[in-house]
Design a protein around this ligand. Structure first.
Ligand code: SF4
Length: 387
């Protein structure tokens, strides 16, 4: 059904303006405004495919109930459009995931579902449309291999994120499979300290309650570890955490014992890496007055793009074009607010220079379609495009 939905998808998510900006060396100029667009931004291959499959599923099964397990991606506009197209969300109030039947169609999101959810849906005989991204499946493959070989998966990720929950569940496919989820350097340092010299077992278990597999025993389950990560984490942080664990295991078991106690592989997906690299290049190449990062506030990869930008220039992470309220006011998520905290926003006054040239950097997370990026550019032009 790909061709049948191509026009509908293009009308809903493409932008002729963004295409023109891309063709113009990623630069948009109007009056005193110059917008510099990152060279990689917006929909990644996994999201593109997931949204495409959702529209195809709606078209392929007319007359049948079509569900999504939850948000297909972390973008409110895309999810609302899918609701508008008649696709129901099992995560919405009133829907019952355990009362489905053979006539129902269920779409699994790009970040996958847990092993238990998959089993529950399969047991009800529904038709499943699996849009789990290949890059996520690659992580799962490695986590399963760790479990098979008796290694505990140390997952750098956000414990409440759907992808990390799904990845962790893969470790439990084998009886001795274990996992531990670490959010950041601070948590990695606590685990590394325990690996090196032990510590307060109860305090450790309390700290990682909800972030470790059932029955986790740090004295037993940190003897052999393998690193993995949520595909959308900050690449530099994931690599640094991997090295922290390598160093700790080397200290504990010596160089000779390292290979039997430690494994690692890079599971940041290429789309995430390219978007982070592109924004780093943009910040290095262009003097900017400010940076706009567009994407859902619960989108991990968008939050990480905002973190990178905020280190270099005044940055506003906005969920949608409507956040640009006026030339004086912008509504945004401060980068200090954790991604998982949802819709916490602030309003900044005087965010655009009142006179003189303005250089705005722009990027968008992997779940933001081009039409949203185009609307942001148009709003900027309205506010400061005059000479
Ligand atoms: S961010 Fe990466 S892993 Fe996630 S859907 Fe996109 S391509 Fe796949």
């Amino acid at each position: 059904m790909k061709e049948a939905v191509a026009g509908e998808l293009a009308a809903a998510y493409d932008s002729a303006l963004v295409d023109r900006v891309r063709a113009n060396e990623f630069r948009f100029e109007s009056g005193r405004l110059t917008v510099h667009l990152a060279r990689e931004f917006g929909f990644c291959y996994g999201v593109d495919r997931a949204v495409d499959y959702a529209y195809q599923a709606r078209r392929r099964f007319p007359g049948r109930r079509v569900f999504l397990t939850g948000e297909i991606i972390h973008n409110p506009h895309v999810n609302d459009r899918l609701r508008g197209a008649g696709i129901r969300f099992l995560s919405d109030a009133g829907e019952q995931a355990d009362r489905l039947g053979a006539d129902d169609v269920v779409i699994l999101p790009a970040f996958g579902v847990t092993v238990n959810d998959m089993a529950m849906l399969s047991s009800q005989g529904c038709t499943l449309v699996d849009t789990t991204c290949g890059s996520v499946l690659n992580v799962w493959k490695n986590v399963v291999r760790y479990a098979q070989d008796g290694f505990t998966s140390i997952i750098h990720g956000k414990v409440k994120h759907e992808e990390t929950r799904a990845t962790a569940s893969q470790a439990l496919k084998y009886p001795n499979g274990r996992y531990l989820i670490v959010l950041d350097h601070e948590e990695a340092a606590i685990v590394c300290s325990y690996i090196r010299s032990g510590g307060d077992r109860d305090a450790f278990l309390a700290r990682f309650a909800g972030a470790s597999s059932p029955g986790f025993d740090p004295d037993r389950d940190l003897e052999r570890i393998g690193c993995a990560n949520q595909t959308t984490m900050l690449m530099t942080e994931s690599l640094a955490i991997g090295e922290m664990f390598r160093d700790a295991m080397r200290e504990r078991y010596g160089e000779a014992g390292l290979s039997t106690h430690f494994r690692a592989f890079d599971t940041i997906c290429s789309a995430t890496q390219e978007r982070q690299d592109a924004v780093i290049a943009l910040l290095a190449e262009q003097p900017l007055d400010l940076m706009l990062v567009v994407g859902g506030y619960n989108s991990s990869n968008t939050c990480n793009l905002a973190c990178i930008c905020a280190e270099k220039v005044r940055t506003y992470h906005i969920a949608e074009p409507e956040c640009l309220i006026s030339a004086e006011q912008v509504r945004y998520r401060p980068v200090s607010v954790p991604c998982s905290a949802g819709g916490i926003q602030e309003i900044a006054q005087g965010w655009l220079p009142a006179s003189g040239p303005i250089a705005v950097g722009l990027t968008a997370g992997a779940s933001t379609p081009n039409n949203i990026v185009g609307e942001v550019i148009r709003k900027l032009e309205t506010f400061c495009g005059g000479v």
